[in-house]
Ligand binder design. Structure first.
Ligand code: FES
Length: 148
């Protein structure tokens, strides 16, 4: 069986929603210090709906495919639905990721959550802070990759 699904390859070769949004309502950036991958998500929100979303990812193919798929999944959705997006759902929508690449999809979930948090903070919208607990990406990477 091929290591990567056709969907992963498609989103990697032809990523959707790449770019930036100048007057973004919220911007979220996450990085993994260990593998050096960085993901940035821009959201344009109107009346609680995600009208537009763009991403920039400097990272591996799985990180690019995950961001591309994640942006498609939240486009046109409410901010509440976007908050519910999990890395597992992103990986499933890609027809799976190899086990040692699951953490790449975590970056997509976290970047979206950070962008929503940025939007809430900027607009003084109260939110449940426990939903935004920091994920230690170094630790996560180590768990998955060992010392490599
Ligand atoms: Fe670390 Fe993909 S995000 S290798």
């Amino acid at each position: 069986m091929a290591l990567y699904s056709e969907k992963v390859m498609d989103h990697f070769m032809h990523p959707r929603n790449v770019g930036t949004i100048e007057d973004a309502s919220g911007v979220g950036e996450v990085g993994n210090a260990k593998c050096g991958d960085i993901m940035k998500i821009y959201l344009k929100i109107e009346n609680d709906i995600i009208e537009d979303v763009k991403f920039e990812t400097f990272g591996c193919g799985s990180a690019i495919a995950s961001s591309s798929m994640a942006t498609e999944m939240i486009m046109g959705k409410s901010i509440h639905e976007a908050l519910e997006l999990t890395n597992k759902a992103v990986a499933e929508a890609l027809d799976g990721l190899p086990a040692h690449k699951m953490h790449c999809s975590v970056l997509a979930e976290e970047a979206i959550k950070n962008a929503l948090k940025d939007y809430f903070d900027k607009n003084n919208i109260p939110y449940d802070k426990s939903r935004f607990k920091e994920i230690d990406h170094d630790e996560l990477h180590e768990q998955v990759h060992g010392d490599d």
